[in-house]
Design a protein around this ligand. Structure first.
Ligand code: FAD
Length: 311
């Protein structure tokens, strides 16, 4: 489709991985080992999510530093407004800048763990667009700034059209790419992209892909994000739900089929929510024949500039 074919870039689709800061020191070490191995899959970049407050957010900065400078991975650091007064934002941005990170995903953020409803912090920001503007004002064009998109509504707003208006505000504030919430219904997603384009948003849109690790996790995440599960997915997964290996096998086929449909629609970059695990993501990439040859392992990819601009 014309509307979705945003890039003149020909050739192979590309992909990226999202990781989150683990809770224990051992978890951190395991993740570094896994990041090192997954580096060889050839991602264009990796994301590190932002946990609200305290130790986990320091860990985000540290992980970005290690991934960027030790493993030579292009990184994108998530940053949120939750519990962040401006001085804390300044510190986080300074650390990202010093680590050589040039990509920020600017978010409003989830509410802190102990709270149900999101509240603004005194001396901080209320909306992601305020954070986007702040980063642009302070750092000019140093950072590519990504923002979140929701094809089926977000946790505190299920009005998709209103969310597109808010997405437009984030783009007008200086965002240069969009990463979407996970979804399983490609038709809904593609219709949403058309709507977004019709609103005059023309920056790259990167679909968030959640591979299937177990049946329980699949259902939990779909329920949590309230995304539609196509009927043929349920029909394929339900009969094998007690066999984890079979669920991964069937799930791999379904997720790969979804990625192929996206690629056919001209969406040439996919962002994988790895959940810090390699297997399910690797299986999908293998199915799509996007993994490098085992015989000739990939060279360390060049730092990926300009802009995370694909699609
Ligand atoms: P915003 O775009 O600011 O929207 C937040 C709410 O405000 C929405 O309901 C919106 O409709 C409303 N709104 C926006 N503008 C206006 C306006 N002008 N007037 C009235 N209402 C308005 N959370 C984390 O804590 N850490 C992470 O690392 C993280 N990573 C994520 C990555 C992706 C790809 C996605 C999709 C989400 C991620 N989240 C993360 C979750 C995200 O922080 C929550 O979904 C949050 O509730 C919304 O964030 P946002 O950036 O979309 O906010």
């Amino acid at each position: 489709s014309q509307m979705l074919a945003q890039s003149k870039a020909e050739g192979k689709p590309t992909f990226s991985f999202e990781f989150f800061p683990p809770k224990t020191a051992q978890g951190v070490q395991n993740l570094y080992d896994r990041m090192d191995r997954m580096h060889n899959f050839g991602p264009k970049f990796i994301d590190v999510t932002w946990g609200a407050g305290g130790r986990l957010s320091n860990l985000t900065c540290e992980m970005v530093k290690v991934a960027q400078s030790v493993y030579g991975l292009e990184t994108c650091m998530h940053l949120t407004c939750t519990d962040m007064e401006k001085s804390k934002l300044d510190n986080a941005l300074k650390e990202a800048h010093q680590a050589g990170c040039t990509n920020i995903l600017a978010l409003r953020g989830d509410p802190p763990r102990e709270k149900e409803k999101w509240e603004a912090t005194q001396g901080g920001f209320r909306y992601a667009k305020d954070l986007v503007k702040y980063i642009r004002d302070r750092y000019g064009n140093h950072f590519d700034i990504g923002v979140a998109g929701y094809s089926e509504g977000c946790d505190d707003n299920d009005d998709v059209d209103e969310l597109i208006d808010h997405l437009k505000e984030k783009v007008d504030a200086g965002a240069t790419f969009v990463v979407t919430q996970m979804f399983y219904d490609t038709d809904i997603f593609i219709d949403w992209v058309k709507k977004v384009r019709a609103k005059g948003i023309d920056i790259p849109i990167i679909p968030g892909i959640m591979p299937i690790h177990t049946h329980a996790a699949f259902l939990r995440r779909a329920n949590w994000t309230r995304c539609n599960i196509p009927k043929h997915w349920t029909e394929a997964l339900e009969p094998v739900k007690n066999d984890d290996a079979e669920v991964r096998e069937v799930g791999k086929g379904l997720v790969a089929e979804m990625c192929r449909k996206l690629i056919d629609a001209g969406i040439l970059h996919m962002h994988f929510y790895t959940m810090n695990l390699a297997q399910a993501t690797r299986m999908v990439l293998e199915e799509l024949e996007l993994l490098p040859d085992v015989e000739s392992p990939l060279q360390k990819p060049l730092p990926w500039r300009p802009s995370l601009g694909l699609n």
